[in-house]
Design a protein around this ligand. Structure first.
Ligand code: DSN
Length: 426
C-alpha cells in the first residue's frame, strides 16, 4: 500500500461524503450518527479488546470500557423499560445469531414472516437460521393489510407449537398483532422474539408499538436504522428467567463474538443517552413525515401500498412502481438524481433482482430537520424522475434543496454539520 493508494481511498471516501451531502437519503435501514457518537467512535476504544462481561474480562485495560458498558446497559434498560440488555452484539444479524444459539437447537422449527413479505434475510434457510440448521415456517400474511393474518397465525402456532415464535420485518409498515396472539403464545408456552431493527428508534420514542409490554421476551436489533446510532447490535429482554438471560449472554460471548466492538458500544451508549432526551419528538416527526410522503406520492399518481390504512405507521412506505419501469430501473434513475433508495420486493413479486417496488424511509430526512412540507417537495422530485424526466435535471433541484439541510437534529450537538470530517491527509 503506497501513500498514493491511501490518498486514492481517502479521496473516494470524501467523494462519497460530498455526494451524500448533496443527496436525499431514503434508505429505510440507514441514519446519521450524532457528532458526539462519532467522536467516541474514533477514540482509543477502537484499538482495544474486551471479552466477557464488565468486571469479568479476559484482558486488562478495560477499566473505562467497563464503566461505559455498564452505563450503556443501564440506559438501554431504562429507555426500553427492559429487564435485560446486552449491548455487545456487533450487528443485528449477530444479535439474531445469539438468540438462535441460546434458544434453538439444530432441527428446531421457529415460526417467522416470509422473505417475500418483508422478513429479514437472517430468518431464511440461506441466512443465519440455516447456519444454525433451524427451519422456519412462515405465518400467513394479508397483502391488503401488509401484516400477519391473525386467525391463520393462531392456527399455525397451534399446529407447529414452536419453542420460539419470531417476528419482525425489513419492510415494517405496521406493528405485528402481538396482543391478539398473546393467548396463543401462553397456551403453547413459546418464547416470543421480535427483530425490531427497523423500528427501534420509533419504539424508543413511544411510536409504533411497545414489544416488551406486548408479550415479547426478546428484542434483537441493529442500532443504526430508525435508532440513529452506530453500526452495531443490541439485545433486550423481559420476563426471561435468570438462566435464560445467562444463556443469551453466553451466546453473545463466547458464542458469536470474541471481542465486541468497543468503540461502537461507546457510540451506542452516547446515542442511547441522546435518545432518552430526543427520541419522543424525533420518532413522532419521523412517523408524520413517512405518512406525508406516502400521501403526497399517492396524490401525484404514484401507487403507494395501504392507502386505506394511512400508508404506514412506521418510518417507511412501500411504493409500487411497476407501471413506471419497476423497482430496479426507478431506483437507478433516482440515484442519478441524487435520491438514494432501494428497490424492494412487494407481495407477489417473485424476483428480488427485478422487483416491482421501492422502499422509502423518512427517518434520516427527519434527522436532518425535514418536516411535512419538505416531504411534499421530496415526493415531487421522486414523481418527476419515475415519470420520466431527465434525472440530471432533477438532480440540480435536489442539490439546491439539500443545501438547506446539512446539519443534524435531535442530539446534544444539534445544529452541527452532519457531514463534517477530519482533514489529516499527510
Ligand atoms: N438489509 C437491511 C435492510 O435494508 O433492511 C437490514 O439488515
Amino acid at each position: 500500500m503506497t501513500l498514493d493508494d491511501a490518498k486514492y481511498i481517502r479521496e473516494q471516501v470524501m467523494n462519497h461524503n460530498k455526494w451524500f451531502e448533496e443527496s436525499i437519503p431514503m434508505i429505510a435501514s440507514e441514519n446519521l450518527m450524532s457528532p458526539l457518537a462519532k467522536e467516541v467512535m474514533i477514540s482509543d476504544f477502537a484499538d482495544r479488546y474486551a471479552e466477557g462481561l464488565p468486571g469479568k474480562r479476559y484482558y486488562q485495560g478495560n477499566i473505562f470500557v467497563d464503566k461505559v458498558e455498564i452505563k450503556a446497559t443501564e440506559i438501554a434498560k431504562n429507555l426500553f423499560k427492559a429487564d435485560f440488555a446486552d449491548v455487545r452484539p456487533i450487528s443485528g444479524t449477530v444479535a439474531n445469531m445469539a438468540v438462535l444459539f441460546a434458544f434453538a437447537q439444530p432441527g428446531d422449527v421457529i415460526t417467522t414472516c416470509a422473505l417475500a413479505q418483508g422478513a429479514h434475510i437472517s430468518t431464511c434457510e440461506f441466512g443465519a437460521f440455516g447456519q444454525r440448521a433451524v427451519k422456519s415456517v412462515n405465518y400467513p400474511f394479508s397483502e391488503e393489510d401488509m401484516n400477519i393474518d391473525v386467525d391463520g397465525t393462531i392456527k399455525l402456532l397451534k399446529e407447529v407449537k414452536p419453542k420460539v415464535a419470531q417476528f419482525g420485518l425489513s419492510v415494517f409498515l405496521f406493528p405485528p398483532p402481538l396482543k391478539e396472539l398473546q393467548d396463543t403464545f401462553n397456551e403453547i408456552g413459546c418464547l416470543v422474539w421480535e427483530d425490531c431493527a427497523h423500528v427501534l428508534g420509533l419504539i424508543a420514542g413511544g411510536q409504533f408499538h411497545d414489544p416488551l409490554r406486548e408479550g415479547v421476551n426478546i428484542v434483537s436489533s441493529s442500532t443504526h436504522k430508525t435508532f440513529p446510532g452506530p453500526n452495531h447490535g443490541m439485545l433486550l429482554g423481559a420476563n426471561l428467567t435468570e438462566e435464560q438471560e445467562k444463556e443469551l449472554q453466553k451466546a453473545v460471548f463466547p458464542g458469536v463474538t470474541s471481542s465486541h466492538h468497543l468503540h461502537a458500544m461507546a457510540s451506542l451508549a452516547v446515542t442511547l443517552a441522546e435518545m432518552e432526551v430526543f427520541a419522543k419528538e424525533y420518532a413522532a416527526q419521523t412517523c408524520k413525515n413517512a405518512r406525508q410522503l406516502g400521501e403526497s406520492l399517492y396524490e401525484l399518481g404514484i401507487p403507494v401500498l395501504c392507502p386505506d390504512l394511512g400508508f404506514t405507521r412506521s418510518h417507511a412506505i412501500a411504493v409500487d412502481v411497476s407501471e413506471f419501469g419497476g423497482g430496479k430501473d426507478c431506483a437507478k434513475w433516482l440515484e442519478d438524481a441524487n435520491i438514494i433508495c432501494n428497490k424492494n420486493m412487494l407481495p407477489r413479486d417473485t424476483s428480488a433482482v427485478r422487483p416491482s417496488g421501492l422502499r422509502l424511509g423518512a427517518q434520516e430526512m427527519t434527522r436532518l430537520g425535514m418536516k411535512e412540507s419538505e416531504m411534499k417537495e421530496v415526493a415531487g422530485f421522486i414523481a418527476r424522475v419515475v415519470k420520466g424526466e431527465d434525472p440530471a435535471k432533477v438532480k440540480e433541484d435536489v442539490k439546491a434543496f439539500k443545501k438547506q439541510f446539512d446539519t443534524i437534529k435531535f442530539c446534544f450537538n444539534e445544529g452541527e454539520k452532519a457531514y463534517a470530517y477530519h482533514k489529516l491527509v499527510p
